[in-house]
Design a protein around this ligand. Structure first.
Ligand SMILES: NC(=O)c1ccc[n+]([C@@H]2O[C@H](COP(=O)([O-])OP(=O)(O)OC[C@H]3O[C@@H](n4cnc5c(N)ncnc54)[C@H](OP(=O)(O)O)[C@@H]3O)[C@@H](O)[C@H]2O)c1
Length: 272
């Protein structure tokens, strides 16, 4: 039986993807911060919950990532897939215990760090894969590294793209360094989930009014990550830019020196 770890699996797109994979007979490990939401997520899975488990962890800090990896490796020798569906959406200036902005720490660095620590379990799978959810950020070579990794003061409009592009660079790095592992990045689209909870009230009000015109359903947003986990026949590294259109793919080809620089910054921050 295939086992997938879903970070962000107690909510939104990650939970929907878990539901879909369970329907295909997979085993899932849901990871999120909120214990209560984790319990509710498991309860919502019905009989399939016997193939699901929940781990509570805060991935915004290096120590939180280390603890989560230790627990997962203690319980699982093999992971067939890792879906990174954690995310925060905030334009406020704030810092984690490690002095990083949470948008950088959660939406990029925790993905790098957790994957690196879990590589022994991923390598034990026949065809492992690592899939990372982002917003619409097509791969391009123009990541501005000047502000890495402090992003001080945080400026959402300016910093969103280079931070999210970290995922594309990490996918390119995995494709180069991990033979047999598939790595991909997927645009989540616009789905009405808890991701909006940290946004200003006027943003949520606007989303409520205009949402029905442009929101994707959870099923649409989860379709590409689920297909990337169920199918083997896609080239690594790949970016999917259109929700629910698995055949529309863009190869991730980035400037190698930029990838190396981002990997080196990530390694020195995370110590892994
Ligand atoms: N929905 C959209 O329109 C949209 C647009 C662009 C990109 N995305 C991306 O799609 C992915 C899924 O988001 P979603 O829409 O499904 O949002 P969501 O329902 O809010 O899910 C986000 C998940 O991240 C977890 N999380 C946040 N901070 C964490 C932390 N410090 N440690 C551990 N877990 C943490 C949350 O757990 P708790 O609830 O327990 O805190 C939750 O499970 C994210 O990567 C997001 O950035 C979504």
């Amino acid at each position: 039986m295939h086992t997938t770890l879903m970070t962000g699996g107690n909510s939104g797109i990650g939970l929907q993807a878990a539901r879909d994979l369970l329907a295909h007979g997979h085993r899932v490990i849901l990871l999120g911060r909120d214990q209560r939401k984790g319990g509710q997520a498991l309860a919502s899975l019905g009989d399939a919950a016997e193939r699901a488990s929940f781990i509570s962890a805060d991935l915004s800090t290096h120590e939180g990532v280390r603890q989560a990896a230790k627990q997962i490796l203690g319980e699982h020798d093999r992971l067939d897939a890792l879906l990174h569906s954690t995310g925060v959406f905030t334009s406020k200036e704030m810092r984690t215990a490690d002095g990083l902005h949470p948008f950088f720490a959660v939406n990029y660095l925790s993905r790098y760090h957790l994957t690196e620590l879990l590589l022994p379990a991923l390598r034990a799978a026949e065809r492992p894969r690592v899939v990372m959810m982002t917003a619409s950020v097509p791969p391009s070579a123009d990541a501005n590294l000047d502000r890495f990794p402090g992003f001080e003061p945080f400026d959402f409009a300016r910093d969103r793209k280079p931070i999210q592009l970290g995922n594309h660079h990490y996918a390119a790095h995995l494709a180069q360094t991990e033979p047999g592992l598939l790595a991909g990045v997927i645009n989540a689209g616009a789905a009405k989930t808890d991701i909006l909870r940290m946004t200003p009230w006027y943003f949520r009000a606007m989303a409520k009014v205009t949402g029905p015109l442009f929101f994707n359903s959870l099923q649409e947003s989860a379709r590409n990550p689920v297909q990337a986990i169920l199918n083997d026949d896609w080239p690594t590294a790949t970016y999917w830019g259109k929700p629910a259109d698995f055949d529309r793919r863009t190869p991730i080809t980035l400037t190698e020196s930029t990838t190396q620089r981002i990997m080196s910054i990530s390694q020195s921050l995370a110590g892994a």
